[in-house]
Design a protein around this ligand. Structure first.
Ligand code: GLU
Length: 307
């Protein structure tokens, strides 16, 4: 299949939609990002890469980082992890407090904010230090994207810390239900740092290869997860990766995927490729408008859906 020609077609077709939607202005440092940017990258498990647009431009990965923290925690804690966080879609916005109150402080899944905050808490407990937990997340991201230069943007994380009242509320609520072991403020601070990691679509597509290849990086042969664990992460991505638009994403795209409010969306075609698309303007669910559309077109043109 001529993937490069398909990316060019998609890039042409999405032009009228570019900039439609709204950048995530609840994190002030993200509000000045140009909404008209676009990039799409594919890397196959054989290492062939195809790109279009601003594929070398780094952006804030935000919730895509939840995927990496979840992988690390699953490797460390195995299925014990699921005593602290579930694997059900939430059907609620990513930062909702209501459901958490009803469900006694156990978040529905690792991809809503409350679930990701619990995962960060588990990592801090394991590494016995918040800075070390962040460092481990970062070095995992560097390993799977094969780039030692990846780092976080301190302006974005401190901007989020200054306005992160809702995430702090989630952490405090979980602490009140005994589902947080460490200091809520330091957990949230570490969570914001992992969200503020900057990467390009090129690097993010590369970083999906271990999930496309049953837990083992097909290029370096490094094993990060068992095949069963990788399958489970892909399943949670499919059912929960797009907040309360996860059903719609499964319906229209049909690939395990994870979005972030920086406008990035990663996706996995099992046994075939890692994908990342980026365009900063978001739809009302907090997912990239053009990113979702571009993935839908990609699946229509290639037939590469899991269904
Ligand atoms: N750091 C963001 C938050 O906690 C992540 C949300 C997202 O990317 O969906 O609000």
């Amino acid at each position: 299949m001529d993937y490069q020609a398909i990316l060019e077609e998609i890039s042409h077709e999405i032009q009228p939609e570019l900039g439609r939607g709204k950048v995530a202005d609840y994190i002030p440092a993200l509000s000045s990002v140009d909404p008209h940017q676009f990039a799409f990258s594919i890397i196959t498990t054989k290492g062939d890469a195809y790109h279009i647009g601003a594929y070398e431009t780094s952006f804030s990965i935000q919730s895509i980082s939840k995927l990496f923290a979840f992988t690390l925690a699953l490797d460390i804690y195995g299925s014990d992890l699921y005593q602290r966080v579930g694997v059900e879609p939430s059907g609620n916005p990513f930062n909702s407090l209501v459901q958490l109150e009803y469900e006694q402080g156990i978040p529905r899944n690792p991809f809503i904010n409350a679930g990701a905050i619990v995962i960060t808490d588990l990592l801090i407990s394991h590494y016995r230090d918040d800075y070390k937990a962040y460092e481990q997340i970062l070095s995992f991201v560097r390993a799977v994207s094969d780039d030692l230069a990846i780092s976080f943007d301190p302006i974005v994380s401190s901007s989020e810390m200054d306005h992160g009242f809702r995430n702090l509320a989630l952490a405090n609520l979980m602490k009140s239900f005994d589902n947080l072991q460490n200091d809520p403020r330091s957990v949230v601070q570490t969570y914001f740092k992992q969200c503020a990691i900057s990467m390009s679509t090129q690097k993010l597509a590369r970083s999906m290869l271990y999930l496309a290849n049953a837990g083992t990086d097909p290029i370096t042969n490094r094993r990060y997860l068992t095949p069963q664990q990788a399958r489970r992460i892909n399943a949670v991505m499919l059912t929960c990766g797009h907040y309360d638009a996860s059903g719609e994403f499964a319906f229209h795209v049909g690939l395990p995927g994870k979005s972030g409010v920086g406008g990035g969306v990663v996706a996995v075609v099992p046994n075939k490729m890692g994908i990342c698309v980026w365009s900063p303007a978001l739809n009302r669910y907090g997912n990239s408008h053009v990113g979702t559309l571009a993935l839908q077109k990609f699946v229509e043109k290639t037939g590469l859906s899991i269904f």
